[in-house]
Design a binder for this molecule. Structure first.
Ligand code: PLP
Length: 392
């Protein structure tokens, strides 16, 4: 067997908790709040994070550990930590890093809840000031690195699908001892491993592609950093993952590579169909060769992903008409599942964003965000085409 296994082999086999005494082939669900402690059993299992036997499931659980190992192998990092939601992962990490010498820097195009945390709570909770700039300023290095201790990014942004140049930003961060955190939810570890591009910490909403079936919530942090070994903010804040959720997510992770391959293929076909459609004004997908972020995407991504946005004729009315004319595709705000979903950012993810914020991110009333599933592309294109024909 090759020393470095392929993505799908790792997805299937890494982390599985097999015990020859039972002969189990898949990881069992350890749905238990607590464990015998102290446990003097000779061949007891240890929680690798503490090197001690398991004690209490908020601190560590065998099913959860198995999932974290599988995730870390796919992210190509030493340590993986799971959380009850993506927001629990993000806030636990930011609070764990805590007070820094200098300011933090981020972009306007963040997931709404992350942006509101940075704007309204981060400074009070950590004592760090934060500056927020545009994606294009970030990509062109239009900031003074000596003012910052941390940069926080999303590698493909929501909903305009801009791509961050992690290769270049990783270099700037290394040269200036800046901690780089990347939320790579939209890319998934199949399309991007930010740690390989210079990110110190990678975060994910596991609710999306990692689980992939829109039926459970989770968050992840991946890193080689030693902070991960002694990460007690999860114990403090309590955003731990339950064993049953962990079981579902590790089951979903086994097909991440297969799903992403299909998401990537379906999405470029849909993007090309939309580009030629008379009711569509603009298509935002970095996989299109004439997209502003295509060349940055080629440098930073192994695939362009399953998310695209487009603008339709007829303003908000036209966009709503499209959404509610879809027969098969569900109008719903999440993403990254096997089923395609469509949503209007102004009605969901950016409903509470100010007009100014919407403008700086490029969110318009006629914008539809589309999460492409793994269905047959001809069926998706037929449903989208019929719904577009309803716009007057
Ligand atoms: C890019 C991104 N990061 C983080 C989150 C938060 O994840 P969760 O909803 O699992 O808390 C989301 C949720 O949509 C997201 O889209």
């Amino acid at each position: 067997m090759q020393e470095k296994k392929g993505f799908n082999t790792k997805a299937v086999s890494e982390g599985e908790l097999k015990d020859k005494r039972f002969g189990n082939v898949t990881t069992p669900i350890f749905e238990t709040a607590t464990f015998l402690y102290p446990n003097f059993t000779q061949d007891r299992y240890s929680d690798e994070k503490t090197n001690d036997s398991f004690i209490y499931s908020r601190w560590g659980n065998p099913t959860v550990n198995a999932l974290e190992k599988k995730y870390a192998s796919l992210e190509d990092v030493k340590h993986g930590l799971s959380f009850s939601t993506g927001m629990a992962a993000i806030t636990s990490l930011l609070l764990s890093i805590g007070k820094m010498e200098k300011k933090a820097l981020s972009i306007f195009d963040l997931y709404g809840q992350t942006l509101s945390f940075f704007k309204n709570k981060y400074t009070a909770m950590t004592g760090n000031k934060i500056d927020i700039i545009s994606v294009d300023q970030m990509n062109s290095g239009d900031f003074n690195p000596s003012e910052y201790s941390m940069i926080y990014l999303e590698s493909i942004t929501n909903p305009s699908m801009k791509v961050l140049d992690l290769v270049e930003l990783g270099k700037i961060c290394r040269e200036n001892h800046i901690t780089l955190i990347t939320d790579a939810t939209f890319a998934s570890p199949y399309n991007q491993n930010p740690a390989k591009l210079g990110s110190d910490f990678v975060v994910h909403s596991g609710t999306k592609y990692l689980n992939g079936h829109s039926d459970t919530m989770s968050g992840f942090i991946g890193s080689d950093h030693d902070l991960m070994k002694t990460f007690d903010m999860r114990k403090n804040l309590g955003g731990s993952l339950d064993a049953f959720q962990a079981f579902l997510i590790q089951r979903g992770l086994k097909t991440l590579g297969l799903r992403m391959e299909r998401h990537n293929k379906n999405t470029i076909q849909i993007a090309e169909f939309l580009k030629e459609h008379s009711k569509v004004i603009d298509v935002m997908y970095p996989g299109l060769t004439d997209n502003k972020y295509h060349s940055i995407g080629k440098k930073n991504l192994m695939g362009f992903g399953g998310m695209l946005s487009f603008r339709v004729k007829g303003g908000l009315e036209g966009a709503r008409k499209f959404l509610f004319s879809l027969e098969y595709i569900a109008p719903a705000p999440s993403l990254g599942g096997v089923e395609s979903l469509a949503t209007l950012p102004v009605d969901t993810s950016h409903a509470s964003a100010s007009m100014e914020d919407r403008k700086s991110i490029g969110v318009t009333e006629d914008m539809v965000r589309f999460s492409t599933g793994i269905e047959d592309p001809e069926d998706l294109i037929e449903d989208i085409g019929k719904a577009l024909s309803q716009i007057s």
